[in-house]
Design a protein around this ligand. Structure first.
Ligand code: PMV
Length: 359
């Protein structure tokens, strides 16, 4: 019968890199030029919710993002759909009287509806949560029997950073050596309980969509920056080892040092390009970033031991990682003092990676 619909809904949090991925060695497969490490946020705050549905009544793959239909014709969506379909298995729902064989999946089409509970494409890694959730929910729908590591290699083909959202806690994306990307996967380092004193605060400075895609920014950097090769070959490999050790030992001083230094170097290689940082809004954004950095740095220095690490991705929104709850409330007081709500900086909302602090 044409009447049945089978659905799966999944939720996936976003992740924030503390050692950044910036630069691809293969744009189609999305293979990075260096390893990266990230922390996955609490799904209660920044996450994507995706429902995937299959029915014999559907005659083409379709997707809606925030209620608006988007095209699935891009290579990234096609790669993810193809890879998941190739691994589909038999599915049976006795109650509904549905039986789908492995072979049927080739001819069945899916509908996808996805929502983000945070600004999309504003440098808050919405594509990370989005592609991780798409791949995960499709894999559940099609009864794919692969572990999260293998699924991460598929999510990676949607958006590089997405591979790290398949796990909670701290996660490493190993760049891998293979040309086909089979060893370019996410590996969990420690789960979310290992360092549960940390509190992540995201200061949403600007929720406008970013003007430069990370793909074109990375391409520009790889093609024109004289510093990027040094970063990828000499700096990041050492930082990865040091960061893994700092995380294992919960050494906040080293963690802060590495996180802030790596965020700054990522922005330094972006500046070391010909066309990347051109427009005024981006320059204004950089000024704001420096004001937040300076506020955090002054405080860390006056305390003697670091209280907060900062890191910025491809947008102005500050991600602040506080050592514990006490430093979190002190940090929030400082931020609200220096950047009062509705001031010219538009720093007006905070999302905190810890449920109880929202109460
Ligand atoms: O995965 P993409 O294409 O959205 O690139 C993400 C790049 C950064 O967020 C700036 C760094 C990172 O490692 O997440």
């Amino acid at each position: 019968s044409q009447k049945w619909v089978l659905m799966v809904t999944a939720q996936t949090p976003t992740n924030i890199a503390v050692i950044k991925y910036w630069g691809k060695r293969d744009e189609n497969l999305i293979l990075a030029i260096n390893d990266s490490i990230s922390v996955t946020l609490d799904p209660a705050h920044l996450c994507t919710t995706t429902t995937v549905a299959v029915s014999p009544a559907f005659n083409q793959d379709r997707m809606w993002l925030l209620g608006k239909e988007i095209s699935l014709s891009g290579g990234r969506y096609q790669n993810c759909l193809r890879e998941i379909r190739a691994r589909a298995n038999d599915v049976e729902d006795e109650k509904k009287g549905i039986k789908i064989t492995k072979k049927d999946w080739e001819n069945l089409r899916v509908h996808v509806a996805s929502y983000n509970n945070f600004p999309t494409a504003a440098g808050l890694a919405s594509s990370a949560a989005g592609f991780a959730c798409l791949v995960y929910s499709l894999a559940k729908l099609m009864n794919v029997q692969e572990d999260n590591g293998r699924l991460s290699a598929i999510a990676r083909q949607g958006s590089g950073s997405a591979c790290r959202s398949l796990y909670g806690g701290f996660v490493k994306w190993v760049m891998g050596k293979e040309e086909n990307g089979s060893d370019s996967i996410a590996v969990p380092l420690v789960d979310e309980r290992h360092w549960d004193e940390l509190v992540i605060i995201i200061a949403v400075v600007c929720s406008r969509q970013k003007e430069t895609s990370s793909t074109s920014g990375m391409r520009e950097t790889v093609e024109t920056s004289a510093l990027i090769e040094h970063r990828a070959k000499e700096v990041v490999p050492k930082r990865i080892i040091q960061m893994e050790e700092a995380i294992q030992k919960r050494d906040f001083a080293t963690f802060t040092h590495l996180t802030c230094a790596d965020s700054n170097q990522f922005h330094a290689v972006c500046l070391d390009t010909v066309n990347f940082l051109l427009n005024v809004s981006q320059i204004l954004m950089v000024c704001l970033i420096f004001r937040i950095i300076s506020c955090v740095e002054k405080w860390n220095r006056s305390e003697g031991t670091p209280q907060v690490a900062y890191t910025f991705d491809a947008g102005p929104n500050a991600v602040l990682i506080a050592r514990n709850r006490t430093s979190t409330s002190l940090l929030l007081q400082r931020l609200l003092f220096h950047f009062p709500p509705n001031s010219e900086t538009d720093l007006n909302s905070y999302v905190i990676g810890d449920k109880s602090l929202m109460e």
